[in-house]
Write a protein that binds this ligand. Structure first.
Ligand code: GLA
Length: 402
């Protein structure tokens, strides 16, 4: 008897562990099981706005598959607004036949044949922001059509929604997408108005936290129609500070698509942009013309060490640990217990910034190895703190490992 009891103990523990695992899996909604790390890809809007076509999408897919982006982890090729023109006699959404003469199925097949994934855009209102047909009242029909085409990602906007309730609208489209049986990553785009970080987990895989980004460093600017306003990079960043607790695998805060390479900022500023999107565990959706980018832009978008911070499986969003006027320290805990750290200088002159181990959750007496993720260099082993000179509007991005 004794022998059996002792012998079966490991088996018993194994059973308990298996049950706990099963319970954990059941607690995760089907939605949350997608996008376990922040989605990476490209979207047409920031550079091309309504000027989309199958030629553009095919050439972007060609570029992504061959220029090192796919090898760096970029996957989704997403057509934003203005691909759709109407509905057919049965109510199915119709793509612009002049711009997409081969149809969406053929385009999705083309993107898939490159080893990439295909994304599309719609809106929870009667019309999209660009005035094209939205999905309101057609959610299940649209989701079905997307699945038939082979869509892998849906960005779902919030224009022309009247008094519609946000949680209801996004839950309805989520249910419609799940009902197709095809895994389609769901990107909630209601600009943070209804605080989607409070209800979006389990409904969407990512949610915009702000209004639209624009390609400049700081401040707000009116739209051409006089309405207020687009956000510069710093304005977007400042709106992320309080949100770190709400992100995790399958449910990410989205500070909007990237502007890197679009020409409105310096390369130093674009390096800061990419470093922050990585540290914030933000979706890395390029928004430039990746077919003709400069070597500097490509080097930024494909920095493997910075991307590894973004794609870390723990899925923690980094946070601001110190703000001394224009000088800041940000930190993200990684799965192996190391920290990704950003020393950030908003000021107009270069400055020295120190990160103290205690402010990133390490004992002050600890000796830790420091690696610079933009220089790609080990800097040595340091006790208690590390300091560096940081360029104006620039970052020094580090990995600190005990
Ligand atoms: C909104 C979104 C943008 C883009 C446009 C398209 O402004 O926030 O990202 O999708 O609509 O019209």
């Amino acid at each position: 008897m004794q022998k059996v009891a002792i012998g079966s103990k490991p088996l018993y523990l194994l059973l308990v562990a298996a049950l706990l695992l099963l319970e954990g899996a059941a607690a995760q909604t089907p939605r949350q099981s997608m996008a376990q790390t922040p989605p990476m890809g490209w979207n047409s809007w920031n550079k091309f706005a309504c000027n989309v076509s199958e030629e553009l999408i095919k050439s972007v897919a060609d570029a992504m598959a061959s220029n090192g982006m796919k090898d760096s982890g970029y996957q989704y090729v997403v057509i934003d607004d203005c691909w759709q023109v109407g509905r057919d006699e049965n109510g199915f959404i119709v793509a612009d036949p002049a711009r997409f003469p081969s149809g969406m199925k053929a385009l999705a097949d083309y993107v898939h044949a490159k080893g990439l994934k295909f994304g599309i855009y719609s809106d929870a209102g009667a019309k999209t922001c660009g005035g094209r047909p939205g999905s309101q009242g057609h959610e299940y029909q649209d989701a079905l059509q997307y699945a038939r085409w082979g869509v892998d990602y849906l960005k779902y906007d919030w224009c022309n929604t009247g008094k519609r309730n946000e949680e209801e609208a996004y839950s309805t489209m989520n249910a419609a997408l799940l009902a197709t049986g095809r895994p389609i990553v769901f990107s909630i785009c209601e600009w943070g108005d209804g605080k989607p970080w409070l209800w979006g987990k389990g409904i969407g895989n990512l949610w915009r936290t702000t209004g639209d980004i624009s390609d400049y460093w700081a401040g707000k600017r009116k739209w051409p129609d006089g309405n207020c306003c687009s956000d510069g990079l710093l304005d977007i960043l400042d709106q992320q500070v309080e949100l770190y607790a709400f992100a995790g695998p399958g449910h990410w805060n989205d500070p909007d698509m990237m502007e890197i390479g679009n020409g409105g900022m310096t390369n130093t500023e674009y390096r800061s942009h990419f470093s922050f999107w990585a540290l914030l565990a933000a979706p890395l959706i390029a928004g430039n013309d990746i077919r003709s980018m400069s070597p500097e832009t490509k080097e930024i978008l494909t920095n493997q060490e910075v991307i590894a911070v973004n794609q870390d499986v723990l899925g923690q969003q980094g946070r601001q640990t110190r703000k001394d006027g224009d000088l800041e320290v940000w930190s993200k805990t990684l799965n192996d217990g190391s920290r990704a750290v950003i020393l950030f200088n908003r000021g107009s002159a270069e400055s020295e910034i120190t990160v103290r181990w205690q402010e990133i959750g390490y004992p002050g007496r600890l000796s830790a190895k420091v690696r610079d993720l933009w220089e790609h260099k080990d800097k040595g082993e340091f006790t208690g703190s590390y300091k560096a000179i940081v360029a104006s509007h620039g970052v020094v991005m580090l990995r600190v490992a005990p």
